[in-house]
Structures are given as structure tokens and as C-alpha cells.
Write a new protein. Structure first.
Length: 222
């Protein structure tokens, strides 16, 4: 399967660099480039990429607003947005996660890391590595708290709540399976059901909901 990627960055040199790295592999193709958020939205609707690599600081319309528009468009449900940032902990990252981004990438990554990241997101997973998930979302919650009524979690079973809490703390499906003594397939099923019930586009959004509803908290540990 060929993965279709849209590049959105106002710096030509950045787009050229990412395109050059992406074209080193046969299973990824760049289907468009945008220099601002408005063009990114229009190209996403026209080209229907699998993944959008989105810078946040762009003219006309910034990447945060563009991410929110793409995530909110029901015709683009299969499009995943990954935020490009210069810093691992960046104010814009937190807003982008809330807006619907599937994760973030540092701009100084190498070609192999970029290929792996694009494939990961295209497969439906998020780019919130277990080593940084808690730190990123804790900081996101601290800087920009947007409380959500805990009653939103009423649709979950007790097991789905526990699995969601573990996801919020960076547990992979395999780690969840070991922690709760179940098979990885069962863990994955619980995660998928929680995402469906909470209308979370992917794992990244499940993490945000867990923190916003208080299911997982700053300093909380499994």
C-alpha cells in the first residue's frame, strides 16, 4: 500500500527537505505541498492524503486552526495530522493534540525516523511515545486545562476505564496486557471500544479525554 502524504510548512526549504527524505522509500508518496493552513485544508480535501505533516506557525491560517478544521470534517475521517515542531515541549503541541492531531514530530528527525512515523500514523496509531506521553499531556493539561464532565466516561465499562487510564500513562497494548493479565488482542479490543465510545479519532485523542475528564491526573500513577 502506498501512503499518501501532504506537507504543510511555510518554509520552502523544510518542505523540500521532507519531500527528499520521503521519496527515499517506495511506499510513501507526497501528493501535495501547502505554505499556509488554508491551502493545507483545501489540499487535504482535494488530495485525500493518509497523513498530513503540519507546521503550526504559518500565515493566512495557522496549523492549529487547520488541524482543527481537518479533524472536524467528517469527509476527512481517514486523514491523520501530525504536528511538526522544533521543540519536544511546545505550547502549540498541546493545542494541536486537543484540536485532533495524532501526535507530533521534531523537525530534526532523520529519514528512517520520518518513514517509521508516517507508517505508524497511517496504520491508525498515534505518535505519542510511551517515554514522553505522560510528560506531554501533563504539561498540556497544566498549561491549558479544558475540563470535560466526567459523565462522558459513563459509556465505558470498568475495564475500558482502566485501559483508557493506562493508555493515558503511555502504556502500549502489550504493556496493558501484562499489567491487567490479558492477551494483547484483548487489550487492543478494549482500547478500540473506548475510542469508539468516546468518539476519539485515535489513541492520542483518548489520552486527552482521559486527562480532561480526570480519569488520569497529573502525578497519578497506574
Amino acid at each position: 500500500m502506498t501512503i499518501r502524504v501532504l506537507l504543510a510548512d511555510d518554509q520552502t526549504v523544510v518542505r523540500v527537505g521532507f519531500r527528499a527524505m520521503l521519496e527515499l522509500t517506495d511506499d510513501i508518496v507526497v501528493v501535495g505541498e501547502a505554505a499556509n493552513g488554508r491551502d493545507a485544508i483545501d489540499l487535504a480535501r482535494a488530495a485525500r492524503p493518509d497523513v498530513v505533516l503540519m507546521d503550526v506557525r504559518m500565515p493566512v491560517l495557522d496549523g492549529l486552526a487547520a488541524t482543527r478544521a481537518i479533524a472536524a470534517d467528517p469527509t476527512l475521517d481517514d486523514v491523520r495530522v501530525v504536528v511538526l515542531t522544533t521543540f519536544e515541549i511546545d505550547d502549540y503541541v498541546f493545542g494541536a493534540l486537543e484540536a485532533g492531531a495524532s501526535g507530533f514530530l521534531l523537525k530534526d528527525l532523520d529519514a528512517d525516523e520520518l518513514h517509521a512515523a508516517v507508517r505508524t500514523v497511517a496504520a491508525g496509531h498515534s505518535l505519542l511515545a510511551p517515554t514522553v506521553t505522560r510528560r506531554v499531556v501533563d504539561e498540556f493539561t497544566r498549561r491549558s486545562p479544558r475540563p470535560v464532565a466526567p459523565e462522558r466516561l459513563d459509556v465505558l465499562t470498568d475495564r475500558e476505564r482502566e485501559v483508557t487510564r493506562l493508555v493515558a500513562h503511555g502504556f502500549t497494548n502489550d504493556a496493558i496486557a501484562r499489567h491487567l493479565v490479558m492477551s494483547p488482542h484483548t487489550a487492543k479490543t478494549h482500547v478500540n471500544r473506548a475510542m469508539t465510545k468516546l468518539h476519539a479519532r485515535d489513541r492520542a485523542q483518548l489520552v486527552v479525554v482521559a486527562y480532561q475528564t480526570g480519569l488520569a491526573g497529573v502525578g497519578d500513577a497506574p
